[in-house]
Design a protein around this ligand. Sequence first.
Ligand SMILES: [Zn+2]
Length: 258
Amino acid sequence: MSFSSDVKDELRTVIAPARHCRLAEMQAICRLQGGKPVERKFFTIREKAFNIDADQRDIRNAVETFTVGTSCCRRSYLRGAFLAVGSMSDPARSYHLEFVCRSEEQAETIRKLMQDEQLHPGITRRGSRTVVYLKESGEIVELLGMMEAQRSLLAMENERVLRDVRGNVNRRVNLETANISKAVRTASRQIDAIRFLTEQGIEVDLPESLRKMAALRLKHPEATLEELGSLCSPPIGKSGVNHRLRRIVELAQQKGFK
Ligand SMILES: [Zn+2]
């Protein structure tokens, strides 16, 4: 089953306790499905909100004329709207929730209700339909909460955490790869500089500490600065090694090394 249909299954089990909220949800389903509701939740609520022998016209009238005024009813309307024309992508893959409406007026109603609940939906045309959508994961989570899809909300939060962790791991791996290739480039430039000095016969003129460092670098081309430092006698620190290798490259540059 898709994430979207799981959300709908959950929403079908949520029965608003107040009659006003039930009317709001019925109204959303009825309107958005073009006056002929097929969503089974409509009939579930009808059974709970009206007597078994209630007149069909009375029911239709009560549902059609109801005015959504308060937050509880706005949220119930959105729940009905999602059941009628909503869908969302699997949060393991992407963040997208939408209501596909037959008319611009219906879409505007949904957008307004969401805005009144401090959400920031987008709206767009898709063929003959008008689509109201959310793309921001935090807002999708909020809407799931407003519609009382607690289980789906938690499932989405879990996915979000996993995605964040994966993202962090990838970022760290990328950073380390970048650092390693930078170190490799630096080391190979040092080696080129030392070879240049040797070829020019200048290496012998270097101070002893630099000559020893140059020899160590040539012998251990893949060693880190720390490792080179520990090979010195007496051992020196990373910044000392760095300083000496930079001096070598600078001296080579002064003699024409590019
Ligand atoms: Zn209400």
